[in-house]
Design a protein. Sequence first.
Length: 422
Amino acid sequence: MMRRKHKNSKRGCLECKRRHIRCDEIRPQCINCTTAERDCSYPRTTSSNSTNTGNSPVEGSVGARYSVSASPPITSYATAPTSGLMIGGDMPSFALSGPASHLPDINMVHMELLYHYLTNDLTSYPEMAEHFKQVSMSHALREPYLMYQILALAARHLCYCRPESAVFYQMQAIQLQTCALSLFNSLDIGYFNQSISKLATVFLFSSQLSIQTLCDMLSYRDYDFPSALARFMEYLRLNKGADRLLDSHQAEIMGLDIGPIFELGVQWYNVSGEGYECDDIRRRIMSVPDLDTETRDATLKAIDLLQWVIDGEPRAVSRAHVLLSWTTMIGPSFVELLETGRPEALTVLAYYYLALHYCREVWVFGSSGQYFLLSLSNYLGPEWTSWIETPCRLLRQSVEREDADSLDSNLFRADPGTFHRN
């Protein structure tokens, strides 16, 4: 497939230009630099003799697009309503116009989205879905940024439920999430110091923002694995940023209305799989000579959580939530391995993609596990085939047990060790 032509941004920040990624052009700091905690600065020429075309965000504009990584934005899959996927290329944006203080009027579409949120479990909290929604609504009625994110998540889910109308609902999801982020980013540090209940609202906001962001990330099909990894790392940093904000207040949060949800998360962190599927990767990680104890333990913990998901507990959605929370539960030393592209850490991602495949019935994941495991296999090459033989073999067996024609079985060849693109 030929790559779509697109116009390069000429107004992006210097850091995004250096990293060759697309900048959302929000000032004074773009979302990419804010999320990755990098210094953000703009060329002096961008602040003069420039006009707003209607598609380029300007300072203070609600229309500035948000994305966990800058290429492509979360609008990417909107032109493929029947599949929810977008293969490469940058897509035009759907943006709100007007100053940041101008938010869209409430309309019947918003009422539909609110009803959809209240009558469906979009966040994979089966044990306390009703409690989560009740608490979220209680906070959202006091904090508009959370309400906009709730509506945005509902719109994103409707893209999945109603593929014939995916373009429309994706536009709603983008617009509403843009409003949510605009309001959230306008908060000053004093907001978080007002009361501990403000941090509870932040937790509810980040949880639902994270689900929508993950869904958007998995829906995009990069041309190469390094691009997909960069997108994944931006998503991971987003989760870790919110996690750091809440870490020092866990004891206080436990006493709030979100306490039971937090407590359930602690229980999930302590799960450990009993199956055999990850035995091989555990042995290999233990034999890597230059991993210090902390890094090795963090890597093994990440593997244990994936084994629990792969075990196939009867609570299918609960195991999916462990997978949704995996990026917040893995340790910083393992994150550093991923950041540097260590092949040993990337082979652990192969098991993450297998776990995604085993949870493919959950709307957020879909067929992403199969695609990204293929992409990783092609990237690592023959040298690392033995490291990822188990997840590749198990995924192929899973596909063969189903209707192979409906799952693109042409991706697979006879080689038992891996699978390749034709």
